[in-house]
Ligand binder design. Structure first.
Ligand SMILES: [Zn+2]
Length: 145
């Protein structure tokens, strides 16, 4: 950060396969298309959780709703990939995959668009941003807050 900031920006390789949402996760993906970040909230015990699942891990209820998040969070952990793990990534390494802990508690996996892989730090403040990949899929990313 500070003087070491660069104009680096993450770009998603066009040929990289898109997520294939499963049934319980469809509301999450639909919310991203509206530029909203929602995670599941158990209607019995109020536990927030991500990724989506059919049953609450805390109380085993199947009554799962969806709660709007602020989009603000901090980098909880990250890993920098230096070897292309898919042919589409050959000219896209290194890149950082981050776990962002939302201020409401849940952790989501994403990328930070405007921070170079070697400048990502645990605790970095970030906010959600939404990037349509096509008409059906919008992807969740983060930028420096
Ligand atoms: Zn519960």
């Amino acid at each position: 950060m500070g003087a070491s900031q660069t104009n680096w920006s993450f770009t998603r390789p066009e040929r990289l396969p898109l997520p294939q949402p499963f049934e319980e996760a469809l509301p999450f993906w639909e919310s991203l298309k509206r530029n909203e970040l929602r995670v599941q909230k158990c209607q019995e015990c109020a536990e927030l959780s991500h990724p989506p699942k059919a049953m609450c891990a805390s109380c085993h209820s199947f009554k799962m709703g969806w709660e709007l998040m602020s989009g603000r969070g901090t980098v909880f952990s990250y890993i920098v990939t230096r070897q292309p793990i898919h042919p589409a990534l050959v000219s896209h390494t290194p890149f950082a995959t981050v776990q962002v802990q939302l201020e409401e508690g849940p952790i989501v996996v994403s990328n930070v668009l405007d921070v170079a892989p070697d400048e990502i730090r645990i605790g970095l403040s970030v906010r959600a941003t939404f990037e349509p990949a096509n008409d059906d899929v919008t992807l969740l990313y983060f930028v420096r807050a």
